[in-house]
Design a protein around this ligand. Sequence first.
Ligand SMILES: *Cc1c(COP(=O)(O)O)cnc(C)c1O
Length: 362
Amino acid sequence: MEHELSIQQAPTRKEKPDYSDLSFGKHFTDHMFVMDYNEEDGWFDARITPYEPLLMDPSSLVFHYGQAVFEGLKAYHAKDSGILLFRPEKNFNRLNISNERMNIPAVDPDFLVEALKKLIHIDRDWVPTQEGQSLYIRPFIIATEPALSVKPASNYKLMIILSPVGSYYSNSDQMSPVSIYVEDEYVRSVKGGVGFTKTAGNYAASLKAQTKADELGYDQVLWLDAIEKKYVEEVGSMNIFFKINGEVITPALNGSILDGITRDSVIELLRHWNYNVQERRISIEEIKAAHQDGTLEEVFGTGTAAVISPVGKLKWKEEELTINHNETGALSLSLYETIAGIQTGEKEDKLGWTVPLEVKQT
Ligand SMILES: *Cc1c(COP(=O)(O)O)cnc(C)c1O
């Protein structure tokens, strides 16, 4: 696929929000990337334009049957090396995995990484510079064909929008553990379904359980397998890890959970540190037993938003397990410091994960 990229600069620049108080995904930069698809031309008309609302036909298929996929990644201000992206090719490869399952035409990941770099370069003065802050990047694709029949659309729009976001932790030296409600009524996904994709409907379907967890006073939901409600799957938008007796266990990619890029990075880093990491089925009973015999040392979630999110409490049926005295464990902290350090260029990137912006001045 060969694409041209046209650039239309915004005539005026918006006022920046208060960077000391950024809430997630509320403010967007001056520009966005857009590309359209039709059956004749494939993906065409790649362009960077001023950020603006879309005009869409009410019958656009995405509104009715939810044919939509997205990604999430971040750009970081690095002290000496400008702006860094973290493994961006993985996000666009994963977008194609979601596309394949959702019957959306494949995109060219290399082209999109280059287009993203140009977009960020144009809006580079939006990239926050404070510790823990970053520019959140949201690529997504929607079915735009006006039609009410249930079928794969013949027209799509791919867009990338950018949003400056604050630190996930209010105090970056202090990661605060989250409390988690183990959901045993609703289910998220089953093998053969779409749980391994980042498709919009997965998140719409999870809202009810999240509301229930909120009402019960827990921060997030941990999903169990849909068939036996016995094996751990993942958290709302994080994969999950358990450190038991010095070993680290995370649920295997079984077709119903998301193949997180932070998950992959954590596994690679732990193996690099000579930890025994097991990707396998792990039941909630096994976790309870490890808690009882004192071998459940740490639990943490992994995802782009928080990098590492220590889990202090797990509520399952009548039991509430407190993990590591509801404090951040040493391994969670090392993983956070190492990955966040690599992302911001403060730690040596031995595993070759970061991609500098390096756009030629035009
Ligand atoms: C995005 C997401 C993750 C985390 O993936 P990362 O690539 O690490 O950000 C985990 N689970 C779900 C359901 C997700 O949507």
